[in-house]
Design a protein around this ligand. Structure first.
Ligand code: G1P
Length: 271
């Protein structure tokens, strides 16, 4: 059973400047609700019981958002507004599930994952990248089903335009398991078009085995000098660890870029 999820939140959010110069991108509202709450709701609905946030000192505001009890208690005492009480209860529900670990240097997603090593109890855990919203279907829930059936690692996948492969982790397709699930033979972080093994991208939902930690502790920096989770996954694949690509059925929204963020607000308003 997958009971724990981790969410890397220490990224600088430069693609969303100037909005992110003082404000964490994950707290930016998408149709009136902070982006991170969409991710938390997806986890809760998928049966996750504990969520580890990897933040940095610069993103302390994320912790403050969930630890503002005194403020809420005072306001509620004064105003007794049912809407505020409801919102506070929701925050308390999230807070109970969240643990915080720190990644103060932005050394990459792989480095962020490594920070959670001592917190992961079971053999497998879920990772969600908060820039990637998937609406209409719960992608984590379907991936957990696949994991339960095949007892392997799983990554969310989507076809992308050939011209955009250098923006993504791109994988090489292996055997077909069923309509939406395939074995992954290789994965390359942000390849140039000439080196891309396909136009199939990894999207920000991963079910990973604990084995990833020992791989990551040896992982050398890759593209842009960062430690990439994709590179550690590639090493595990080459050591015959089974990774399944799951073509999710929901709609993907990229909240990490300005255009994508604006589009996400419009799409979510339509729901
Ligand atoms: C990360 C991963 C990349 C993946 C992408 C999905 O990239 O490194 O492999 O395809 O998320 O959104 P980033 O968005 O951090 O550049």
């Amino acid at each position: 059973m997958i009971k724990q999820a981790i969410i890397p939140l220490a990224g600088l959010g430069t693609r969303l400047l100037p909005l992110t110069s003082v404000f964490p991108k994950e707290l930016l509202p998408i149709n009136g609700k902070p982006g991170i709450e969409f991710i938390l709701d997806e986890c809760i609905e998928a049966g996750i019981k504990e969520i580890i946030f990897i933040i940095s000192k610069k993103k302390q505001m994320i912790k403050d958002y969930f630890y503002n009890d005194l403020f809420y208690k005072k306001i509620i005492k004064k105003k007794n507004d049912p809407r505020i009480i409801k919102e506070y209860k929701k925050i308390l529900k999230y807070k109970k599930m969240i643990k915080f670990v720190y990644q103060n240097k932005p050394l990459g997603t792989g480095d962020a994952v490594l920070k959670t090593k001592n917190f992961i109890r079971d053999d497998f855990f879920l990772m969600l990248l908060p820039d990637d919203l998937i609406i209409k279907r719960n992608c984590s829930k379907s991936m957990i089903k696949i994991h339960n059936r095949y007892k392997s690692s799983v990554m969310a996948s989507m076809n992308v335009k050939k011209s955009s492969v250098s923006r993504w982790g791109i994988y090489k397709l292996g055997k077909r398991i069923d309509k939406n699930n395939f074995i992954i033979k290789d994965v390359i972080e942000k390849p140039i078009i000439a080196n891309a093994p396909s136009n199939k991208a990894v999207i920000g939902r991963y079910i990973l085995s604990k084995k990833i930690f020992s791989r990551l502790s040896k992982q050398k920096p890759g593209k842009g000098g960062e430690i990439h989770i994709t590179d550690a996954i590639q090493s595990l694949i080459f050591k015959n660890e089974k990774f399944i690509a799951h073509n999710f059925l929901g709609k993907y929204l990229d909240c990490g870029s300005m255009n994508g963020y604006i589009k996400s607000t419009l799409e979510i308003a339509k729901l």
